[in-house]
Design a protein around this ligand. Structure first.
Ligand code: NAP
Ligand code: MG
Length: 487
């Protein structure tokens, strides 16, 4: 297991020698002591990235792609070990890390490996006599600050398009979950990424993260995390007017119309809010259900939630693991009190499981709370296995509730009425909409939000646009230069 900073192609201790323990949230035991980057280490990484940039950005795109494809293969060859490491560090059930996180990480590196030499510039039809073409240049040195909810997957979401486009990367993983990104760094060194192209700096957000956002020689910062820190990133970036990309929180609406397939709703909604213990920005955390079917939906949904197997993430039968930290578990449970204080009714869960074997871990039962749309639990991101439920009468009312938060990331709706599905999809204020499904993602499909959920898009061609700048070149092929100052 790698526990040191990855700078200039080598694993090195932090300049100030500091380390931070990474814990297993199943029992809060220490997995590893991990080096913690300070400003001097960020400077070292920037110097390494600067030295690597000219050659990397001028390398044939096909060659950059080839390295990303080799990395995808290496991730697949090490899938079991990576899944285990991710489960240990984050608490995600091994059945998810092995079947979702690791394959999706490989798929994202592979998609952008294939993309590298297919992202083209253009020729623009300007007036006769001139050739005008546009190329796409890499932005330069890119800082990437990521959270603890999908640390392995986010290495690929953030790094793959940046590298395909020819940028050099300085990534700060979350202090809670640094291990899988260091494992990826090790594989990158193995498959032959040139030194300095990627630098991974575990460290504290307000120290290393803040300095990355401020750094005068970093040209862009891409951030995933809370809306509050997103605002700080924007402020810190203003010194050198960095390009900023923000993927922030969400409060995903999950609208269930009266004509929906109820069994599909129950299964899909459980995935929407309980997968990864609800620690997903795109979690479907607000069920908005038509009053005509609310009783049946809620009865079946609560019954399913009570059968979810909670336990040690390394047990292949476990369906829900612990939250990723004790502090976060306490925060999620505090929302149960917030709900009750405002008159919300707990329909399921609302506490830590009684199982003594889980007493030292960060566990929370799948929780369903009936609440009004204006209640705090219906407005604020809880980021846990915590579903609020509210009922509606008319489609207009459902839309108003769905659009009634500051967020606008993902949203879903369930109906058999084709026209209503597309109409509502058009009217929902969100970057992503799922019809009769929830939380589908693909490396090929744009991912991101509006409003307090941030700006910019990951994945697909959109991500390549985010990580490049257009350059317009004018060539006089046979135009007469008109006399501007006739003599
Ligand atoms: P966070 O504080 O926004 O942290 C995200 C990343 O930003 C971490 O790497 C963090 O470092 C770093 N960071 C913190 N302060 C920074 C600063 N001043 N400058 C630059 N980087 C900084 O999120 P969190 O504390 O992990 O979670 C809090 C809440 O955010 C959650 O409850 C949830 O509502 C939301 N969240 C959303 C997402 C998402 O996918 N959109 C993901 C995670 C959390 P440290 O690791 O040292 O804190
Ligand atoms: Mg951990």
């Amino acid at each position: 297991m790698q526990t040191q900073l990855f700078i200039g192609g080598r694993f090195v201790p932090a300049a100030n020698g500091e380390t931070l323990a990474s814990l297993n949230p199943h029992d809060n035991s220490v997995i590893a002591e991990v080096a913690m980057a300070g400003p001097a280490d960020v400077d070292r990484a920037v110097a390494a990235a600067k030295a690597a940039f000219p050659k990397w950005s001028n390398l044939a795109a096909m060659e950059r792609g080839r390295l990303l494809l080799k990395l995808a293969d290496a991730i697949e060859a090490n899938a079991d070990a990576l899944a285990r490491l991710e489960s240990l560090d984050t608490g995600h059930p091994i059945r998810d890390t092995r079947n979702l996180d690791v394959p999706r990480t490989a798929a994202t590196f592979r998609y952008f490996g294939g993309m590298a030499d297919k992202f083209e510039g253009s020729v623009i039809p300007v007036e006769q006599g001139f050739l005008n073409y546009m190329t796409r240049e890499p932005v330069g040195i890119v800082g990437q600050v990521v959270p603890w909810n999908f640390p392995l997957m986010f290495t690929s979401w953030k790094m793959a398009p940046a590298l395909a486009a020819g940028n050099c990367v300085i990534m700060k993983p979350a202090e809670l979950t640094p291990l899988s990104s260091l494992a990826i760094a090790e594989l990158m060194a193995e498959v032959g990424f040139p030194e300095g192209v990627v630098n991974i700096l575990p460290g504290l957000g307000h120290v290393a993260g803040q300095y990355i956002a401020e750094h005068p020689e970093i040209s862009k910062v891409a951030f995933t995390g809370s809306t509050a820190i997103g605002r700080k990133i924007v402020q810190a970036s203003s010194g050198n007017l960095k390009k900023v990309q923000l993927e922030l929180g969400g409060k995903g609406a999950n609208i269930v119309f009266g004509d929906a397939n109820i069994d599909a709703v129950v299964q899909g909604s459980a995935f929407a809010i309980f997968h990864n213990q609800g620690q997903a920005c795109i979690a479907g955390s607000r069920m908005i259900v038509h009053e005509s079917i609310a009783d049946e939906v809620l009865e079946k949904f609560a019954a399913l939630s009570r059968t979810i197997r909670i336990g040690n993430p390394l047990d292949p039968l476990t369906e829900m693991g612990p939250l990723t930290s004790r502090q976060h578990r306490d925060r999620v449970l505090s929302f149960v009190d917030v709900a009750r204080e405002q008159g919300g009714r707990v329909l399921a869960g609302g506490k830590a499981p009684d199982d003594a074997a889980l007493a030292n871990g960060c566990y929370v039962e799948p929780t369903i709370v009936q609440a009004k749309p204006e209640h705090r639990v219906s407005q604020e991101e809880v980021f846990g296995p915590f579903m609020t439920v509210t009922t509606f009468r008319t489609d207009e009312e459902a839309l108003a509730i769905a659009n009634g938060t500051e967020y606008g990331l993902g949203a879903g709706l369930w109906t058999r009425d084709l026209q209503r599905a597309h109409l509502v999809a058009r009217e929902i204020r969100a970057g992503m909409v799922w019809i009769n499904c929830y939380k589908r993602v693909s490396p090929a499909s744009p991912f991101g939000g509006v409003g307090a959920s941030g700006y910019g898009r990951e994945m697909g061609f959109e991500a390549m646009r985010e990580y490049t700048q257009p350059k317009s070149v004018w060539v006089n092929v046979d135009a007469q230069i008109p006399p501007y100052y006739p003599r």
